[in-house]
Every structure is written in structure tokens, then in C-alpha cells.
Design a protein around this ligand. Sequence first.
Ligand SMILES: CC(C)(COP(=O)(O)OP(=O)(O)OC[C@H]1O[C@@H](n2cnc3c(N)ncnc32)[C@H](O)[C@@H]1OP(=O)(O)O)[C@@H](O)C(=O)NCCC(=O)NCCS
Length: 317
Amino acid sequence: MPSPAKSLGCVLRPMVEADVPKHAAMLKRSFNAWYRKHGLDQDFFQCADGELAIFWEIYRHISPGHCVVAADADSGELLGACFYHPREHHVSLGIMAVDPSCFGRGVGGKLVKHIVDFTESHGYAALRLVGSAGNMESFSLYNRAGFVPRAVHQDMMLAVPADGMRQSVPLGERVRTAVVKDIAGIQALELEISGICRAEDYRFCIDNRVGCLHASVIEDAKGNITGFAASIKHTVLNMIGPAFARTEAEMLALLMRELDRFRAVSALMVVPMESRHIVESLYRWGAINVETHLLQVRGKYQPIAGVNLPSFLPESG
Ligand SMILES: CC(C)(COP(=O)(O)OP(=O)(O)OC[C@H]1O[C@@H](n2cnc3c(N)ncnc32)[C@H](O)[C@@H]1OP(=O)(O)O)[C@@H](O)C(=O)NCCC(=O)NCCS
């Protein structure tokens, strides 16, 4: 329990449109301060504050009303915030940030408790998140709240040549851009592989209403969907995921297709450490490791039956 002297008086409420500029600036301050404190010699978020409104821009569509902010009980100043994502069978805890001026004063704990209470009071079997394995503040915050690490990932960054990837992989001819009529098949596949699904998220990636998303599927010889990969190309984040497939070969074919969007820039992939074929292929293509992340689940967990690459935006798995 936090000591009364340490704990900060704050009230929790849903985030509203008027909070967006302050929230974006706080997100940037929070992550930049944490990474600087832990040895990064440059800013983690190097974009302008306003660019970080992309989180709100996406989540106001796919998780409306589900960002909780902690505001100072006296001044109303925004002290912290966390998005969360109720889906068909689970809730996902998304990007969490506390203003660096109040790190370690119980704000993060209050935000997590709010989301745990929501999950339990609405009868969801599981609350999930993907959190840094090296960030002891966030690991401890979630671990103390009952989250159990279930899968380990290495975050691999690959610089894509200006003229595209030069390597070829098997099964590439089975990959195509996803369309709305694929949603039922994608949903059934994720349920089989991970025990969760999120139809509106796939639709959002396919529709690409925000202009920075894309999604591909891979099919077997009978036309059944055996893999899905979305990606985001934005000043804030160039990343492939969420992505899931029955086999590593299918996932590699999907990654190769999505990587083509990132010519002349780098793309991040959060790869399960056990997926050695993918890891070794990415090393051969020039990828480097930049961080490690844990899939953490509070409640029911079905081991991954296939390959699953989480994403940080949209972060709903
Ligand atoms: C991670 C973060 C949200 C934590 O928020 P916070 O308000 O500082 O967290 P709290 O003060 O509520 O404390 C977290 C808990 O972890 C505990 N804790 C912290 N470090 C610990 C450690 N090394 N071992 C054990 N427990 C630890 C604290 O004691 C506290 O538990 P308590 O309330 O039961 O005493 C905040 O540091 C932050 O915004 N960091 C930058 C952004 C970020 O990292 N986001 C998460 C990305 S995965």
C-alpha cells in the first residue's frame, strides 16, 4: 500500500476531446523523462507534441469513452492517463503514462485499479497488456495488480532499403490486401490462435479512416485465411502488428508484404522469442533488437497456438 504521505490526491474521469493537447504533451514528457532517466541519450518521442494525438484519433473510434485520466484534486491538472479496450472476450490495457512530476506517487496504481474494476464488474474473463520487460516501474505496477507474464517478445527494428526488401520468402503469392469481407475469417483465426478477437479493430485497419494503416491476409490453397497483419506508418510509430498466423512461414510472408510500406524508413516488429525462424530471418535482413516486451494477462489465458505479434497502436490484444 502506498503511504499516505506519498499518495497524491486525484480524481479519475473519462478523457474528453478538450484534454487532447495536454494529454499529448504529457505522453511525450512521461516517456521522454522515463527513457532519459534510464540511460537513453535522445528523446524517445522526437515528434511534435500534437502528433501524439494519433492515439486519441484512433481510439476515439475503436474504444470510445475508454481512456481514464487522473486529474489533480485541487487544480484539475492532468496527472496521468491510460487507454483501455473492451473487446469481445477480454479487455486490453493500452498506453499508460503519468506526468514525470508525480512518478511513484500512486497515480499509475489508481489508473490500473480503475481498469481492473471495470474488467471485473463487466464480467470479462481477462485483462491483457503488452508491457516492457525492462521497465521495473511499469512491470511492478502491473505485477502487483495481478498480471502474469505469459509470452516474451523481442522488439526488432529493421531499416527497409529505399528500393524495398531485396529478399524473397515462400508463400508471398498467397498474401493480399485485406478487405471487409475477410473480417469473419480473421476473427475466427485470432480466436483459434490467441483465444481473443476484435472485429472492429480489423475493420478499422482495413478501412484506414486515419490514413496511416494497412492490413494484409494470407490464404491457404483453399482460400481460407491463415494469417493477418496490420501496420501503422506514422511520425509517432512505424510498426507491423497486430499480426497473427498459423505458422512462422506464413507470418514471414505477411511481414515481407507489410515491410514494403516502409521503404527508406525503419519498422518495428515485436516478435515472440520462440519464433526462431522469424527472428533469424530478421537478423539476416539486418534487424536489431531495441527492447523486450511481455504479454501479461490478469485472468484467463489460452496459450498462443501459432504466431502472434502484438502492436503498440492499435494496442488491443
Ligand atoms: C510506469 C508508470 C505509469 C508508473 O506510474 P506511477 O504513478 O509512478 O506508479 P505508482 O506510484 O502507482 O507505483 C507503482 C507501484 O510499483 C511499485 N514499484 C515500483 N518499482 C518497484 C520495484 N522495482 N519493485 C517492486 N515494486 C516497485 C511501487 O511501490 C508501487 O506500488 P505501491 O503503490 O503498492 O507502493 C510511470 O512510471 C510512467 O508513466 N512511466 C513512463 C511511461 C511508461 O513507462 N508507461 C508504461 C509503458 S509499458
